[in-house]
Design a protein around this ligand. Structure first.
Ligand code: TGC
Ligand code: FAD
Length: 405
């Protein structure tokens, strides 16, 4: 009988998501019953609503817009925003666990959720007035609206302070001009939190709504990474923005940077989700795959890879938990968040590469999640501050000397 084709094998196996997380140092013992309940409900959601479809979405570079409402329904948007504004009213460990579970499914899906929560709802909650909070937050929290965050520009990525997008005070409105690039969710977003300079060169946040004349959101095509997430530009050609859409609570680069602290924290957890999925798949495969008459998991070199993966995952789990408690106490610093984002994304990428090797040729196919996670993590290594920018943030913390310029 002929061997099954890759497609036949895929149809048989890709719907089954048997994931369970490794907990070598009993980190679960540090979680509350509520934390564990939240984790298991998001894990169950991912197994039912993401895992069976994600390979197909990613292969076709398709963003499943219907996931937005579903995320709203399960409370994946704005977990730390108070419930009266449509958030979850939860702590930062809960937020981290939600990001971990969603990214275990796919980093692009986590992008959708973390941009909405940390980069759109957070600034509106933190820097918005009561009217803005009431107008936007419940619709964003429920997934009725999708939001995006515009900081990066074609010529200003790592150096957002150099941005040229600007607005002028025209008396009864602001006139916004410029462009943002690499914006997650932008092609489908209903609202954009946009960072732009006023006539004095001071950075402010503006809420720009789809449909405002002169505002467009062209999609970015051809990505080999985060293929199930939609990415695009934000183009402002003399857009009239009502004055009530300016976020009054904070100006200067520090405002978007505070949002990034929250999102980078979520990524530190999310990356470990992707790493655990790769480890879990590699461990299973090593026990099933027979070569030289034995499971490949019986060879020392495979065991070394698995042992090193588990070591790094365990260290990162402990790091995340401690950082989460500091976030809950309002004591976590930007440099601490940088260390966790930088470390956890790096080790996740390394784990994905090692897991790919354990899966041999099968590791490059969509039958296993490995190659998708690996390609996704290349973006995660770059966005929200590149790997090297986080190293420089740590260098500045250690020495007191700024080495960016
Ligand atoms: P620097 O001189 O260090 O600071 C300028 C002003 O900002 C303040 N500040 C902060 N305030 C609060 N929290 C923070 N984390 C802050 N970081 C800086 C700082 O105190 C200062 O305030 P003031 O009042 O004294 O003026 O700024 P710099 O221009 O030298 O740049 C610093 C640098 C390079 C670290 C920073 O700009 C940086 O982190 N660059 C990376 C850019 C970045 O992360 N972009 C992310 C774009 S969004 C994104 O990628 C979303 S992907 C989402 C997804 O799909 O999941
Ligand atoms: P550059 O800043 O040009 O960096 C290029 C290289 O130079 C990097 O290796 C960098 O580390 C290095 N470098 C730069 N400066 C220094 C220095 N001083 N010292 C040493 N090395 C340096 N942005 C948003 O605003 N909103 C979003 O929703 C968003 N989503 C994204 C989604 C995806 C898929 C991607 C890929 C990006 C997204 N970004 C978003 C943009 C992202 O934040 C930027 O790509 C990132 O900050 C880096 O900017 P850059 O790509 O312009 O690289």
């Amino acid at each position: 009988m002929a061997s099954p084709t890759l497609d036949q094998k895929s149809a048989k196996s890709m719907k089954q998501d048997l994931f369970d997380h490794p907990d070598f140092y009993a980190v679960d013992g540090l979680l509350t019953e509520e934390h564990k309940l939240i984790r298991s409900s998001i894990r169950d959601f991912v197994k039912r609503q993401i895992s069976p479809y994600i390979e197909d979405w990613a292969q076709r570079a398709y963003f499943p817009y219907e996931i937005v409402k579903k995320f709203g329904d399960i409370g994946a948007f704005g977990p730390t925003v108070p419930t009266e504004y449509g958030g979850g009213g939860l702590d930062y460990i809960s937020y981290g666990l939600i990001m971990q579970e969603v990214e275990r499914g796919d980093s692009g899906m986590r992008s959708t959720a973390s941009v909405q929560g940390s980069l759109v709802m957070y600034p509106i909650y933190k820097f918005g007035n009561e009217e803005q909070r009431k107008k936007y937050l419940p619709k964003l929290g429920s997934g009725e609206w999708l939001g995006c965050f515009g900081l990066t520009e074609p010529d200003h990525g790592s150096n957002p302070g150099g941005m040229v997008t600007n607005f002028k005070d025209m008396g009864d409105h602001y006139l916004l001009n410029g462009a943002k690039m690499w914006i997650s969710n932008s092609p489908k977003a209903d609202v954009a939190v946009v960072w732009a300079k006023n006539e004095e060169g001071r950075i402010h946040g503006l809420i720009v709504e789809r449909g405002m004349p002169g505002f467009s959101t062209p999609e970015t095509h051809g990505k080999w990474s985060l293929r199930a997430s939609t990415t695009g530009e934000l183009v402002f050609d003399n857009v009239k923005v009502p004055k009530e859409n300016l976020l009054p609570g904070k100006s200067g680069l520090g405002a978007p940077m505070m949002c990034l602290d929250s999102a980078r924290y979520g990524i530190a957890w999310g990356a470990i989700g992707a790493a655990m999925d790769c480890y879990d798949s590699a461990r299973r495969y090593s026990l099933e795959r027979i070569q030289f008459g034995k499971p490949i998991g019986s060879f020392q070199l495979i065991q070394k890879k698995l042992a090193e993966m588990l070591t790094e995952i365990t260290k990162a789990q402990l790091l995340n938990w401690r950082l989460g408690t500091l976030m809950n106490e309002g004591k976590a610093t930007t440099a601490q968040i940088s260390l966790a984002k930088r470390n956890n994304v790096e080790i996740a990428l390394e784990i994905a590469r090692e897991a790919r090797q354990i899966h041999g040729g099968m590791g490059i196919t969509g039958e296993y999640p490995i190659m998708r996670h690996m390609a996704n993590l290349e973006s995660v290594l770059t966005y929200e501050g590149t790997h090297d920018i986080h190293l420089l943030i740590l260098g500045k913390e250690i020495t007191g000397i700024q080495a960016f310029v």
